[in-house]
Design a protein around this ligand. Sequence first.
Ligand SMILES: Cc1ncc(C[n+]2csc(CCOP(=O)(O)OP(=O)(O)O)c2C)c(N)n1
Ligand code: SF4
Length: 267
Amino acid sequence: MSGNPGSFQDWFRQDRLPHIYCTGCGNGTVINCTLKAVDSMGWTPEDTVFISGIGCSSRAPGYIVTDSLHTTHGRAIPFATGVKLSRPDLHVVVFTGDGDLAAIGGNHFIHACRRNIDLTVVCMNNYIYGMTGGQGSPCTPLGSVSTTTPYGCSEPPFDLSELAVAAGANHVARWTSYHVRELTRAVQDGLETPGFSLIEAVVQCPTGYGRKNKLREAQAMVDWMRDHAVLIKKWRRMEEEGTPLPPDRFPVGEFVRRSRPAMGVPK
Ligand SMILES: Cc1ncc(C[n+]2csc(CCOP(=O)(O)OP(=O)(O)O)c2C)c(N)n1
Ligand code: SF4
């Protein structure tokens, strides 16, 4: 691996293409951003491991040249913890989805943040279970339609980034598949920060989410993300001023970067 920014394509297993993703899926953008960040660290396939659970998002490691573990649904973080604690010299990156991370894997997620294990977790949050046909997840927004919420979701969603901050992660950022440069930079910040890092990437799933929520075309959802994302500094200012926060908007940017004691950091 060259270590030169821009050579991230060397990390792909060309023999595994074509990939399974639907036309217009946002996952590919997040994978590209992540590989670009990894490559810019000067890391090599020999010292980098990708780990995932099950889902469309979790298929990512199968397309990458490094050793990887494509595990069971919700269990990416326990596997990653095992790898990191037994081989702190390896760089461990997790690809996951909002269902994988916050539903079946929710307990592992909060405790990995609490322990502050030296992992970088990239969550592709498409607001639903994509792979199994668009069921609601813990991140489905209020009022959104999914196959299990046909009249609109009536439960409040988890805010994954705020959850990770509250649970103790050293680095947390949220961007979207529209914000390619910011997302790449955020992943790099996560890779550089010792301890647990969550990068939440909101992505379009035109097949499972978009067509049920009047965002049928991939571009419509990308435009929606661009128009509804609010920079975190502005969001915090509005909170401080007591300005009502628009319910259909969401904050993006760096939520936290700190240096709590961490586990699995190479000595
Ligand atoms: C133990 C277990 N329960 C349920 C499933 C079925 N299943 C496969 S993927 C998935 C949800 C995937 O959603 P998410 O993690 O958000 O990823 P996406 O496909 O949206 O990227 C489920 C419920 C499974 N494979 N294993
Ligand atoms: S179902 Fe959604 S998340 Fe899965 S590949 Fe298709 S567009 Fe992407």
